[in-house]
Design a protein around this ligand. Sequence first.
Ligand code: TYD
Ligand code: MG
Length: 474
Amino acid sequence: MAKTHTRFVCQECGRAAASYMGKCPQCGSFNSMMEEVVHEEPFAKGAGNLRGLSGRSQPHPISEVGGDVEDRVHLPIGEFARVLGGGIVLGSIVLIGGDPGIGKSTLMLQMAMEMANTQRVLYVSGEESERQIKMRALRLLAAHDKKELPKNLLLVTETNLEVILNHVRDSKPDLLIVDSIQTIYLSNMDSSAGSVSQVRECASQLRELAKSSGISVFMIGHVTKDGAIAGPRVLEHIVDTVLYLEGDRFQAYRLLRSVKNRFGATAEVGVFEMREGGLVEVTNPSEAFLAERLINAAGSAIAVTMEGTRPILVEIQGLTSPTQFGNARRTPNGVDFNRLLLISAVLTRRVGLKLAEHDVFVNVVGGIQIDEPAADLAIAAAIASSWKDMPVRAEAVLIGEIGLAGELRMPGQMAARLREAQKLGFKTAIVPKAIRKGEDYPRGIEIIEVRSLDQALDAALKRDGDVTRGKKSA
Ligand code: TYD
Ligand code: MG
């Protein structure tokens, strides 16, 4: 007879314990331990067959292991392929996370419809009915001026993983999409769908399926309110690639970001725009992000941020306004709060801007989130520009990290950033003075090298009729 016992599993991090604990000793969250029943037997005996394992493995010399290059399938959505490292790797398992309503299901359906031209695709949904998915597919189709739904795209609404695996066995797809991992369950486990144990076990079985059959598996994962994928760490270890679809729900742009990728560069970003007809690729994001810029308005500066291997130009807006209620506020949108505190403090102490009695707002246009310190200088310039009510030179970009002493530091990949700025018609770049010139700066863009924030602002802020004040140092 199957031996059963219970254990307590933290729903945040997956830590198991024999008895209840109010606070998880691993991740420190409170009240996250839930009781789950464990059946020993099915996993001890039948598990090998269940997971398609042969139980036999054989070590080989590395030189004789097959597969010199990964087998990739071409993915016609360029921005998506870029994030994956160039197409879908056969037998890989990919997790796509993101806030509710951000467009995960839309993206997966678009991919499924594209891939179904050349491959067999099985789309399993635990959230929407087949009719609902078809309605969405028809809308996507109409927007792309196509007439027919692909025959090779199979839909099923199902949440039981054993049944799903049977469907896979019967229909033999090349690509399996599971929307979402939190809705599917294994009937031989007693915990409810979406609990850490279910999510972990279901994901492991899908991985075994991918590895043993060569089917590529994409699964959607929900994000908890703190921004982590529910059952987070456990899932990230199981899959090959973790992608996040992010963006401001009230803005059109969506960023698909890879945070882990066994088959390509991490931190790679694909940019999409959510339209009537689904997600549309934005192949030149810098241009899109700068499209609505007001030239010569105070409180706006252009930063060049590296998103993966690609430089992207973004407009940063700053606004300072006298504090109404005593406590000056710092309100960032798209940049880190602590970074804004630091930049405001450096502007106050090293440049002499009296920000103590001013609220400071910073906004990154387009709804993207910038984590890179290379944007510091542009943030500082936007704030200073608003405070002094002097516009930043319209044809200049600002690149550099700010130190506590008001000194500027050189970020990486300067040449790539400058090339992108030049490509978009910017004439001047204000950058930290390099001690050693490691990279070849492009010609045709004037480089103003500065040592401190003070000098940078001097060069960037324009007084009427005085555009050439920036001292060009060698
Ligand atoms: P969805 O893919 O259902 O989000 P998720 O699976 O991440 O929860 O996307 C839902 C949003 O996308 C919804 O608010 C409507 C919008 N949308 C469009 O704007 N255009 C479209 O063509 C589609 C299909 C969705
Ligand atoms: Mg969805």
